[in-house]
Design a protein around this ligand. Structure first.
Ligand code: ZN
Length: 146
């Protein structure tokens, strides 16, 4: 891929694939279909409707927080994951997957303990980490794995 090739970025709202020149990634682009900001500093809520688009079609890595509402450590880590989204975007897309609501996706990755973070690129798992982490640790772990 040459430096001028546009990157496919999946809209966090409608899951449409947008083509964005790499040099414009950080400059507040909007979705060509729904007009939402392509990056808003918040993790995307992932589910069966949009998981595969973010996993398979996006040209940037996807960092997923597998969590559940009843999980205390998951709720404790939520602000750290939000902070990591603000730091890692637009190099990485961050998303949250509720393992209770989306059991089929959680089962696909054999999620046994939560929270578990998995970093994907091009549909492939690059790294996995279980247990709550502070924001700095999430950011450093993701940047090392990319
Ligand atoms: Zn959109």
């Amino acid at each position: 891929m040459s430096a001028a090739d546009p990157l496919v970025i999946i809209c966090p709202s409608c899951a449409t694939a947008n083509r964005v020149p790499p040099e414009k990634l950080g400059s507040g682009g909007k979705c060509g279909r729904c007009g939402s900001a392509l990056f808003d500093g918040h993790p995307v809520t992932l589910g069966s409707a949009n998981f595969d688009a973010h996993l398979m079609r996006s040209d940037i890595p996807l960092l997923v927080d597998f969590w559940a509402t009843w999980c205390g450590p998951c709720r404790q880590m939520a602000p750290a994951f939000e902070a990591a989204a603000r730091q890692l975007e637009p190099q990485v897309r961050l998303g949250k997957l509720d393992t209770e609501a989306e059991q089929a996706i959680a089962a696909r990755y054999g999620i046994r303990s939560i929270p578990t973070l998995i970093l994907f690129r091009g549909g492939k798992e690059l790294a996995r980490q279980s247990g709550a982490m502070p924001a700095n640790a999430i950011i450093q772990w993701a940047q090392r794995a990319i």
